[in-house]
Design a protein. Structure first.
Length: 657
């Protein structure tokens, strides 16, 4: 302020005008006609009429509770277009915005909603009496995902046709105050049930007349629920809708709003269920092929660039390293996206000189799990830890490896949605990715980029181990599954792909002496399940499913032994076991015939491997690649089978009588 009572900005403007005029205007007369001087974070209501000024002040106070950050420049732009309006309650105010920006329109709608809610409350009209409710006024919150979303708006409950059901929904949303996600799903479920009940003669308006058959019809409607494009919802989503609707009914009965509802309108858990869909037996899985992952790895330098989360919060090199580390951990560990983004800052341990990842299984509420990881994965984490220590980030995320980058985030760590968005942005910007195989013209197939998302890397991790012959029980521990049946799903191979692999390898079956002994694919499939180290053509053993072998585990010395290239890893593993057994026998000073027998088996099995490798080396490179792919498929199929592969019993000798 100066002697004229003006701020420096207006004092300079007043002095400049005085110098340009012959009769200077006093400052007290000049100042009321000048625009206010505002900083970027300020706005004022002075230009508005008195009533509109009070409405806007009240609306801004209410709006401040709805949004994470109040943007003054948006409010300033809206107010400049309302100077000729009389009240915020006028629905035509939106038309006053010239070339409106979406943010400005949304700001005006928020101000109008707050003003209408205040007027209704002042008039004695409660929210529970209204058919059109504003979720913003109710104060419904999003789940703490950390991702900014558009504010929920007005919802017309009149799509629920029955007044009693509409009243139950109003009472639930105004008293229970669910999250917007829960309300959206419950509202959707209620509209499905309402459309079914409306088919009754009384349109379902009389709750006392409803019967158990009506409840069954409602369940059938959820079983047949479909998306807008006509495709069916997943069974898990339909079960969720069914549960949400009957939870609403139970809430209304507890609160007394559904006292008139017939007791026979109820859900019976035994009958009113939506069964889990059986997976298609030709479904290969959602894993990203290893060849595609290798192509992704060649473009890691572009991950985390562009308009990704954090582009305005941390330096570009730190943002790139952040997403690069999350991708590497996702790719190499097979953890779920939420388990990745919520890793603790000190998530590494050394166990017997090997790095171990400490993580939390949020799905099953099992915390501080341990997973062996490779040294390269641990080095990537340590590199990010060192860079993270140099960043100034919100204090609420101090204990997380990947903390939220802005204090406006609800969650203390990065949302898994941001990881998904970054992968999608990255994958869409890459050159064409090639899938496995070729088309009818010999051209390489193009991989569908929509199949690249965080959870798909978990499938890739599981199938990578399955293809490498990892036992099912070991993979179950690595995946931290409660049931081994869940792990076996990752071993699923389509029948078509398996049949093609059988047909390919049936032409490369060897006999005991290393000579080719090809057979039909049907016969090959029968033998492929008989013994653990190859096929067996001995009739009685085939008939017994591999349980009638009189010379257990000595396949290499049997004339009916028929190995193929898919058994090479199993044979090599068995040779290592035999060598370990021989060393143990020598240390025990066992009889000579014991070590001699073990040595003979090692030599016989090694001869099988040498002859098979010689045969494969004589083939063209393209055919060897096809054989390796077919072998991978069959190894994966055998790992997922439930039948017993090992012939642990001997044939019972016939009674000489």
């Amino acid at each position: 302020m100066n002697s004229s009572g003006l701020c420096n900005y207006h004092w300079r403007a007043w002095r400049a005008e005085c110098r340009s005029r012959a009769d200077p205007v006093p400052a007290a007369q000049w100042a009321p006609h000048q625009p206010l001087y505002l900083l970027a974070h300020q706005f004022h209501l002075a230009p508005l009429p008195q009533l509109l000024r009070w409405e806007a002040l009240y609306a801004v106070q209410q709006m401040d509770q709805w949004v994470r950050a109040l943007e003054p420049h948006w409010i300033r732009g809206v107010i400049s277009h309302l100077t000729t309006a009389d009240t915020l309650l006028d629905a035509t105010n939106t038309a006053r915005l010239t070339k409106p920006h979406q943010a400005a329109v949304r700001t005006l709608e928020n101000l109008q909603s707050a003003a209408r809610a205040g007027y209704s409350e002042f008039s004695g009209i409660t929210l529970i009496d209204q058919d059109v409710i504003d979720l913003r006024v109710l104060g419904l919150r999003h789940s703490a995902s950390g991702k900014r979303r558009q504010l929920p708006g007005r919802v017309d409950l009149r799509t629920v046709r029955q007044p009693w059901l509409r009243q139950a929904l109003r009472h639930w949303v105004t008293t229970a105050r669910p999250t917007t996600e829960d309300f959206k799903r419950t509202f959707h479920a209620t509209t499905i049930a309402s459309a079914t009940l409306a088919q009754r003669a009384d349109a379902g308006d009389d709750p006392a007349a409803l019967t158990f058959a009506d409840a069954t019809l409602a369940v059938d409607a959820f079983r047949a629920a479909r998306k807008r494009d006509g495709t069916p919802y997943s069974s898990s989503f339909r079960r969720s809708l069914l549960g949400m609707f009957f939870q609403l009914i139970a809430y209304g009965r507890r609160c007394g709003t559904l006292d008139d509802l017939a007791g026979t309108f109820t859900r019976v858990p035994v009958e009113h269920v939506i069964s889990v869909e059986e997976p298609n037996e030709d479904f290969i899985g959602k894993a990203i092929p290893e060849s595609v992952i290798r192509q992704l790895d060649t473009h890691l330098d572009t991950l985390g660039t562009g308009n990704t989360y954090g582009c305005r919060d941390i330096a570009p090199d730190a943002r790139h390293l952040l997403y690069r580390t999350m991708y590497i951990v996702l790719r190499d560990t097979g953890r779920r996206p939420l388990e990745i983004v919520s890793l603790a800052r000190d998530c590494l341990e050394n166990h017997n000189g090997q790095p171990t990842l400490i993580w939390d299984n949020h799905k099953r509420k099992r915390h501080r799990r341990r997973l062996p990881i490779t040294t390269s994965t641990a080095d990537a984490i340590r590199t990010w830890q060192a860079r993270r220590d140099q960043l100034h980030l919100p204090a609420k995320g101090d204990r997380f490896l990947f903390p939220s980058l802005t204090p406006l985030s609800d969650a203390p760590h990065i949302s898994s949605t941001y990881l998904s968005d970054a992968l999608r942005l990255w994958a869409d910007a890459l050159p064409p990715l090639h899938a496995e195989g070729t088309d009818s013209k010999g051209q390489r197939l193009i991989f569908d980029r929509s199949l690249i998302y965080p959870y798909a890397f978990r499938h890739s991790y599981a199938q990578r181990h399955a293809d490498a012959g990892t036992p099912v029980d070991v993979l179950r521990e690595l995946m931290d599954h409660k049931s081994i049946a869940m792990t076996q799903r990752y071993y699923t191979v389509s029948l078509k792909r398996k049949s093609e692999a059988v047909a390919k390898l049936s032409a490369h079956v060897l006999d005991q002496h290393g000579h080719l002994s090809p057979s039909s694919s049907t016969a090959y499939e029968m033998r492929s399940v008989a013994v653990p180290y190859g096929g067996c053509t001995e009739p009685s053993n085939v008939k017994a499913g591999g349980q009638a072998c009189p010379i257990r585990f000595q396949c290499a010395g049997c004339g009916f032994y028929r190995p193929d290239p898919s058994y090479l890893p199993a044979i090599e593993h068995h040779i290592n076991e035999l060598r370990a057994d021989r060393e143990t026998a020598l240390a025990m000073s066992a009889a000579e015939f014991v070590t001699t027998a073990l040595t003979a088996q090692i030599t016989a099995y090694q001869r099988v491997i040498d002859r098979m490798n010689t045969h494969l080396a004589s083939l063209p490179a393209s055919e060897r690649v096809q054989i390796e792919e077919a072998s991978t498929v069959l190894r994966k199929a055998r790992a997922g089978d439930n039948h017993t592969l090992l012939p642990l019993t001997t044939a019972r000798p016939k009674d000489p009588r």
